[in-house]
Design a protein around this ligand. Structure first.
Ligand SMILES: Cc1ncc(COP(=O)(O)O)c(C=O)c1O
Length: 421
């Protein structure tokens, strides 16, 4: 990116006013230099030791950690520059959420996802899971049922249960290597205590891109039974292979009347440690009011300085870093698919439509899940996520995080070949 363009972006995003005049020139020049020809570096292995990384904290014995869903890449240099420049302002007092925050998200949804939303539908969320938890509290009572569709991100069920609600499984159907929702099963298990359904769109860990048809049918069923749909779309910025993400609220008036969509730049710009970089789109005015009151009552409605700066910087009108990242991830996924196809280890890779997570089917190995996990960790010295943790249908699977330099991925695959070959 040229220096002039970079400065223009900072000002149009409302970030330039945050920056100290003295340091601006040097930092911007450095960033501009780094991003001059949009040749972003995903190959360098970055030492994460001493950074309190949860992922690396588990790798105490020389293992390659490929489990929890953050990437080993540096964030977009532009986001990094914006954060660094704000830190140089030295004063970190109570901070209001500027209109630039919602403006950035609004533009992002329209320009990057090509989806029409009203500006007023967009609300801050104190993290996707924390925001969803607040929705459970605002719209359901202890003892109410909330449907999840496993295999799915484990923190759905975890927090539904911790908050005293009942998580009810409607497992997905896996047929000929493809997952689909079980609509018949869904209709059968809904009763008067069922108040919500949590959707993972796109799905983690299976990497499913849900179609317009599926989402429309889901919305129709849920509206008919007066069930709110919480759609977790945190992985949507990373929709791959030229596909376009379909936000839940975009599919029909029914979806807009019952849907709440949580998303943010946490995964796409690798900002998990900044935390709380999330938003929630709620088209229905009554639900919006109840959600925002819930946040206010718990004092969860104030975004932090890093959250505001990182989100505004990430969601600017320049996606070159993100496009380069997605291209790199696609390369890594292809490497995994080719490897398992060539090596015939009894492990099959599902083709993810999105994100940096590969869902590996190890059922042909016929192993107990705990033995399988031990073989990966202690034998191959590669730490993967346990498929069984994602609920019904996850047994016999593992999830591999390929958000890492391809040399690291190569080494991990080599170790797996040695152990399972
Ligand atoms: C589907 C899904 N939702 C939510 C999260 C966590 O989001 P947050 O850190 O904003 O709570 C993750 C992290 O792995 C995820 O995969």
């Amino acid at each position: 990116m040229k220096r002039r363009t970079f400065i223009q972006h900072l000002s149009s995003a409302g970030l330039s006013t945050l920056l100290p005049a003295g340091t601006l020139g040097t930092a911007l020049a450095a960033c501009a230099h780094e991003t001059q020809n949009a040749a972003f570096d995903f190959d360098t292995v970055i030492d994460r030791s001493g950074t309190w990384s949860i992922k690396y904290g588990r790798a105490t014995n020389g293992e390659i950690p490929m489990w929890i869903a953050d990437m080993d890449f540096a964030t977009d240099p532009y986001v990094h520059a914006a954060l660094s420049l704000r830190l140089e302002r030295e004063v970190f007092g109570y901070t209001t959420t500027p209109p630039a925050f919602v403006d950035a998200i609004h533009q992002w949804i329209q320009n990057y996802h090509h989806s029409q939303v009203e500006r007023e539908w967009i609300n801050y969320a104190p993290g996707v899971i924390t925001g969803m938890n607040q929705a459970y509290l605002a719209f359901t009572n202890p003892g109410d049922k909330i449907i999840v569709q496993p295999p799915v991100y484990d923190h759905f069920k975890l927090y539904i249960e911790r908050l005293g609600r009942i998580a009810v499984d409607n497992p997905m159907i896996l047929e000929n290597g493809q997952y689909r929702m079980d609509f018949e099963g869904l209709e059968q298990l809904i009763d008067s205590q069922t108040k919500m359904l949590v959707l993972c769109n796109p799905s983690n860990p299976c990497g499913i891109h849900w179609s317009q048809e599926t989402l429309t049918r889901l919305a129709d069923i849920c509206q008919r039974h007066n069930i709110i749909v919480i759609s977790d779309e945190i992985h949507s910025d990373l929709t791959l292979w030229g596909e376009r993400h379909i936000p839940f609220y975009s599919v029909s008036p029914a979806a807009r009347s019952i849907g709440m969509v949580f998303a943010g730049p946490t995964k796409s710009f690798n900002l998990a440690g900044i935390s709380c970089t999330a938003y929630c789109v709620i088209p229905d005015a009554d639900k919006r009011q109840r959600y925002t009151s819930q946040l206010k009552n718990c004092k969860l409605d104030e975004a932090s300085i890093p959250t505001l700066v990182a989100t505004i910087a990430a969601y600017r009108d320049d996606t070159r870093w993100l496009e380069a990242l997605k291209h790199y991830i696609e390369g890594n996924i292809q490497q995994v698919e080719t490897f398992f196809a060539d090596h015939q280890l009894g492990i099959t890779a599902h083709h993810p439509a999105t994100s940096f997570l590969c869902w590996l089917d190890c059922r042909a190995l016929g192993m107990q899940q705990s033995d399988l996990m031990d073989r990966f960790k202690d034998g191959a010295k590669v730490i993967l996520s346990n498929g069984a943790g994602y609920g019904a249908g996850g047994e016999g699977f593992v999830r591999m995080n390929v958000g890492c330099p391809s040399s690291v991925l190569n080494e991990a695959l080599h170790r797996i070949a040695q152990e399972f070959g």
